[in-house]
Ligand binder design. Structure first.
Ligand SMILES: Nc1ncnc2c1ncn2[C@@H]1O[C@H](COP(=O)(O)OP(=O)(O)O)[C@@H](O)[C@H]1O
Ligand SMILES: [Mg+2]
Length: 432
């Protein structure tokens, strides 16, 4: 893929700025809003990763610089077995690259299209995986805000991991102006531009569980307006005689509590603990999931794990791989001009990142002037990574109005059948 013209024009052995020449880009395994996701191999270690490539001109044209910088900032501060973790981030003149854990099982959308529905055991397993990821995020005061099947990817064993922190935010008061998300999974309070908190993610979990059970979403519609009208017109409830015969009452009750339109009535409004305490999870040994000892009930067809070549085992429909957005001559010229502007390139300063277990450290690599002034942009190996991270952090906080993670301690001790009135009086730790 491409060439390596943008490699640092330096002959300094000790400085290792991550760049795309370190990787063989094998083939496309996903498509995102700003470009493709590649299966890639690190040339030296032979380790395989997923690399999300994002075109800078698309990011600028969609006014999403804040979102991509925010995603990279959050990923460098978060790490969990049920998140798709980031290893490295780098950029060249045209694109940003996010090097992540490789998930070869495909996303949940692909499998929903293939299977239409899942059984209760499989759905419960998926929900548990999502809840474990959300518990970690919410306890770090991060709301994901885009929980949907496309952003949930299976590893080769059938464990489901959460990805795409593109519109995730550290919670801050007065977020009623934020309406990002995907309409079919968007909580009513976000659709109606109200202040919202962690409960928006649980609404989406309820929608996904409903979809796995019924083969369709609870609130349907082709446009945002149609879906909004559906949500506003009535509360959907799975009735006892309407659920599939082999599903338990607890499962239906869980889903019903998660798709509550009013956030205060929704399970999860007060945080992850009350969700974990639901009777559907009565005998669940959470540690067996966290340590991934539990055998996943949904088998992923991954045959050629070590293959360097494209195969159907990657669970991605290749017809989407080479889809290109039509770009006329005029806009191609305009985009090329855009990328020449220093102010545009500078907007991505701070994107480059190398994880802590790496020997070398970096501060930033902006390629606004690819062959000059690199030495000013790279901090020598002596510089501590945490230092550079702190700089990026404070810069990001100023630029993108991020709030420090509070890391608060909560122990709410919910019981499953605690009446709503009692719950409402409970300390509102998660009322954000
Ligand atoms: N780490 C990964 N391993 C395998 N496939 C992935 C990985 N991350 C994303 N994908 C696939 O690529 C798609 C786009 O990635 P995503 O991060 O969601 O981009 P966007 O932010 O543009 O939506 C996902 O829907 C998923 O199918
Ligand atoms: Mg996505």
């Amino acid at each position: 893929m491409g060439n390596c013209n943008n490699a640092p024009d330096l002959n300094v052995k000790e400085i290792k700025v991550p760049n795309k020449c370190e990787y063989n880009f094998l083939y496309v395994i996903g498509r995102g809003g700003f470009g493709r996701v590649w299966r890639a191999e690190h040339r030296k270690t032979k380790h395989q990763y997923a690399i999300k490539e994002m075109q800078k001109c698309k990011i600028v044209n969609k006014k999403s610089i804040g979102s991509v910088m925010n995603e990279r900032y959050l990923l460098s501060n978060l790490r969990h077995p049920f998140l798709v973790n980031m290893h490295t981030a780098f950029q060249d003149r045209e694109s940003l690259y996010l090097v992540m854990d490789l998930m070869t099982g495909g996303d949940l959308r692909f499998h929903l299209c293939k299977n239409r529905t899942f059984n209760e055991e499989q759905t419960k397993f998926f929900v548990i995986c999502i809840l474990l990821a959300l518990e970690y995020l919410h306890n770090s005061t991060v709301i994901h805000r885009d929980i949907k099947p496309e952003n949930l990817v299976f590893d080769k064993n059938g464990y489901l991991k959460l990805t795409d922190l593109g519109i995730a935010r550290i919670w801050k008061p007065g977020n009623d102006g934020d309406t990002s998300g995907t309409p079919g999974y968007m909580a009513p309070e976000v659709m109606c531009r109200q202040v919202h908190g962690v409960a928006v993610d649980y609404f989406a979990v309820g929608v996904i569980a409903y979809e796995c059970m019924m083969g369709k979403r609870p609130y349907l519609g082709k446009t945002r307006k149609e879906i909004r009208d559906q949500i506003l017109s009535k509360q959907v409830t799975i009735k006892a005689n309407y659920k599939p015969i082999d599903w338990s009452d607890e499962a239906a009750d869980f889903i019903n509590q998660m798709i509550q339109r009013k956030p205060v009535n929704r399970l999860g409004f007060y945080g992850p603990e009350e969700v974990f305490a639901h009777p559907w999870f009565k005998n669940i040994k959470w540690d067996d999931y966290l340590t991934q000892l539990k055998q996943p009930p949904y088998k992923i067809n991954v045959i050629q794990q070590q293959s360097r070549f494209q195969s159907s085992s990657d669970n991605f429909d290749q017809k989407f791989a080479n889809l290109q957005d039509p770009e006329d001559e005029a806009s191609a010229k305009q985009n090329a001009e855009l990328l020449k502007r220093d102010s545009i390139q500078e907007a991505f300063n701070g994107y480059t990142f190398k994880s802590q277990n790496s020997q070398q450290t970096i501060q930033d690599q902006s390629n606004s002037k690819p062959t000059t002034s690199m030495s000013q942009q790279i901090t020598p190996t002596k510089k501590n990574l945490l230092d550079s991270d702190r700089q990026i952090e404070s810069k990001s906080q100023k630029k993108y109005n991020l709030v420090q993670t509070l890391g608060f301690n909560k122990k709410l001790n919910f019981t499953p059948d605690q009446p709503l009135a009692q719950r409402e009086q409970t300390k509102k730790n998660f009322d954000f």
